[in-house]
Design a protein around this ligand. Structure first.
Ligand code: FAD
Length: 315
């Protein structure tokens, strides 16, 4: 089977869940070959093997992570040239999409971004207009470079014993154009990452104020989940934008999504509709969110949510 390169998304060795999703997808299309850039591989090795990396190209030179994005594109371009993979998969994050664009230019290939699935023949599936329309697209020139949205594919463990191969690339002056002078790592709070959490509790306009978000946080903390918010809540300044779920926010796909005081606009659904179990608390029985839910509570969130938190706390 032909190799599919997967650019590993990691922060100092901490592998992001999206990488496991990409490995799963790559193994459906061919043989997953992870491309590791920067230090920290030893601690991450087992995880990549567990999720089916059949090969790991190792570029551990610290210099490659000293500059913004360009070295990763340069390395991948070299691997595309030398190894002729069938496709390259990256995460459709800000950085991943920039790598995809640069790599496409370097290799004269087409790139697809924000793909939610890839079918045989490297046909990418795009979910557009907030999920109302599915569009299919295929790269016609060069090696398909595909940026896949986090949380679009369920990661499946598929143990492999990866062969490791050290690789490197000579950086040009252009690759060294933007040096990273300081890295600010967001302090990890007690709560899990929104895009990686198994449980997400989101609050919307119905929550009424930033202060009231404590109700959402309390419920999330009881369940060991992350907190999300609708755009109405983030635009109002009640909760930081980084926690917005939806078309212009994060895409989440947890085991359990609880929407509290959220109407269920199409743009919100676009970011959470693939959640396994969806629960809504809304005082309006006609709210569109109820079309989507597995369980719904028609009621005042200021009564229902604290009661729920209390009840779960007792167990
Ligand atoms: P509302 O639609 O106002 O709903 C509030 C809900 O709370 C109502 O259903 C109401 O019945 C309920 N409620 C009120 N009080 C209570 C109470 N006491 N107890 C229980 N229920 C109560 N939105 C996103 O969320 N994410 C996005 O990424 C996003 N991107 C967008 C991109 C574009 C281009 C556009 C045009 C819009 C986007 N939106 C997005 C906005 C989206 O269209 C909606 O306006 C937004 O999702 C509404 O948020 P909401 O459900 O919190 O508010």
């Amino acid at each position: 089977m032909s190799e599919i390169l997967v650019l590993v998304d990691h922060v100092d060795g901490d592998v992001k869940k999206v990488t496991l999703e990409l490995l799963t997808l790559a193994n459906r299309l061919g043989d997953a070959a992870a491309v590791w850039v920067g230090p920290g591989y030893e601690g991450a090795k087992a995880k990549l093997a567990e999720f089916g990396a059949k090969k790991v190209y190792l570029a551990e030179d610290e210099e490659l992570t000293s500059y913004v994005v360009a070295p990763k594109a340069a390395l991948l371009a070299k691997l595309v040239q030398e190894k002729s993979p069938a496709a390259v998969l990256v995460a459709a994050t800000g950085e991943g999409k920039e790598v995809a664009g640069r790599l496409a230019v370097k290799t004269g290939s087409g790139a697809l971004t924000d793909v939610v699935d890839v079918a045989e023949g490297f046909v990418g599936e795009h979910s557009i207009f907030g999920g109302a329309i599915i569009a299919h697209a295929k790269v016609r020139t060069g090696t398909p470079i595909i940026a896949v949205r986090p949380n679009s594919v369920a990661p499946e463990a598929a143990a492999a014993t990866p062969a490791e191969e050290a690789v490197s690339v000579q950086l040009s002056d252009a690759d060294r154009a933007a040096k990273i002078v300081e890295k600010v790592v967001e302090e990890k709070g007690e709560r899990p990452d929104l895009t990686e959490a198994a449980i997400v509790v989101s609050g919307g306009r119905g929550v009424g104020s930033g202060e009231n978000f404590k109700i959402i946080e309390a419920l999330a903390d009881t369940l060991g989940g992350a907190v999300g918010a609708s755009r109405a809540a983030t635009d109002a300044g009640w909760y930081p934008h980084q926690f917005q779920v939806g078309q212009t926010g994060k895409t989440v796909s947890p085991q359990l999504y609880i929407a509290v005081g959220i109407s269920g606009a199409i743009q919100h659904r676009a970011g959470m509709q693939t959640s396994k179990t969806i629960v809504a608390i809304n005082k309006d029985a006609e709210a569109p969110i109820f079309e989507l839910v597995d369980f719904g509570v028609v009621g005042d969130l200021f009564q229902v949510a604290p009661q729920l938190t209390e009840e779960i706390n007792k167990r």
